[in-house]
Design a protein around this ligand. Sequence first.
Ligand SMILES: NC(=O)C1=CN([C@@H]2O[C@H](COP(=O)(O)OP(=O)(O)OC[C@H]3O[C@@H](n4cnc5c(N)ncnc54)[C@H](OP(=O)(O)O)[C@@H]3O)[C@@H](O)[C@H]2O)[C@@H](O)CC1
Ligand SMILES: [K+]
Length: 493
Amino acid sequence: MKSLYSVAEIRNIEHNMAESLPAGTLMQRAGEAAASAARAILAGRKVLVLAGPGNNGGDALEVAANLAGADTDLDAEVTVLYLGGPAPSADSARALARARASKAVFVDSLPLGRDWGLIVDGLFGIGLARPIDGDMRALVEAINALGRPVLALDVPSGLDADTGAVIGPDGVAIQATRTITFIGDKPGLHTFEGRDYAGQVQLAPLGIDPGQRPAAGARLNEPALFARHLAPRRHNSHKGSFGDVAVIGGAKGMAGAPLMAARGALFTGAGRVFVAAIEPAGAVDFVQPEIMMRDAQDFDSGDATLVIGPGMGDSVTAMRVLFKALEGKAALVIDADALNLIADSPDLQGRLAQRGATAIVTPHPLEAARLLGVTSAVVQGDRLAAARELASRLNAVVVLKGSGTVIANAGGAVVINPTGNAGLATAGSGDVLAGMCGSLLAQGWQAWEAAIGAVWVHGAAADRLVAQGSGPIGLTAGELPLAARAVLNALAR
Ligand SMILES: NC(=O)C1=CN([C@@H]2O[C@H](COP(=O)(O)OP(=O)(O)OC[C@H]3O[C@@H](n4cnc5c(N)ncnc54)[C@H](OP(=O)(O)O)[C@@H]3O)[C@@H](O)[C@H]2O)[C@@H](O)CC1
Ligand SMILES: [K+]
């Protein structure tokens, strides 16, 4: 299980461990783990180590001492830019003495030149509580402008390890190539701006085994979390075995959105797929004639799982079918315009929360903001909290889309999705995801697993397309369903 620990949870573990270990042990272990990570990505002889005033700086000094120690076999020139205050912690003071006794050269300003084989970022870790400003800010900007490989210690300096936001207002953060994070992985490295700043994330548990760590408040999505639904299909099955999905949407001029959702559902294995259009645009989809076209006004959805909202608009008809869907007991995926209608109506919000049947809601940050009555900056500033709050208010599984999609349920469970890439930032990609959620629900998956499974597969489909050269630039949502089919079949095998 890939646990994600909040700063408070990490501090707690640190506190408990400190009592049972000799002083300085964790910092020494952090320094050793980071030094080997540094060796692995060194792209030249010259190493610049940035050491800040707190214990993150102490870790950096340990790294410098390890890379430039008398007993090292590494032929590196280590330069240390130490920005410590007058009163370092005992652990940092010990690390400073070790680094000073090594071959590392100490400087007090950023040396000229850009031929660093590696820059080690130990300016700030999880103790940063205010924006980086003044000379430190100028230093961070200068480092980022060099464009050299950067190994961040614990967290890229300036990034909030809980939220993935750059600590602001008007803050800056180190742009890392790789982040080695200590004791436990952290949510902020995997969502919002975290993925861009942290680069590749590596965990160094510092000898603390999982049994010594309490359960974390969040985890990273992985197929193991929905594997029980990934069975090969039985030979003796028929289309009725895999459920019906009806996508409701498609106002005038928006006929494509429900079709994208319907293809998402079809290619991930739903038995029968309907589009019930608010404004019927045609009797058949000639690209995908398997999809059955209906008129939303007089459509009887029977037992079908409903995916409601793609391109639905806000007409009286849209309102009426949404009301009917919330009244009914069918499993629901609520997306796009349906979310906006619900955001505008406390009555519909109440009906959703009270209906006592499965619902997955799939807002992007602006839709989530409307539902919560805040700005999208507030949602993005703490995506985990926003998803949790929305799940609890709506009594539904919430899929808060964006880099590092956050999935939360009303019981407080939170998962951050690691698959996907910038290619998904394209029209229709959310419609495909909503259809995939509906498809897995229709095939009997539980709501939580349908949501995390669909999100994982949707992201992996985009990653597969990028690996094949079809993105991220110019990747189209229409390519996702086929790629998702391949990913899902590979998992099921
Ligand atoms: N958890 C663990 O078990 C282990 C933790 N370890 C490591 O310790 C790290 C946490 O260390 P930490 O608590 O000392 O905080 P850190 O991130 O170094 O920064 C705080 C310092 O920065 C200063 N400061 C703050 N804002 C500032 C600003 N804008 N501009 C300028 N200064 C500013 C602040 O000053 P103050 O606010 O007190 O005035 C304080 O001096 C953690 O990320 C990991 O790397 C490892 O050794 C292994 C075991
Ligand atoms: K750092």
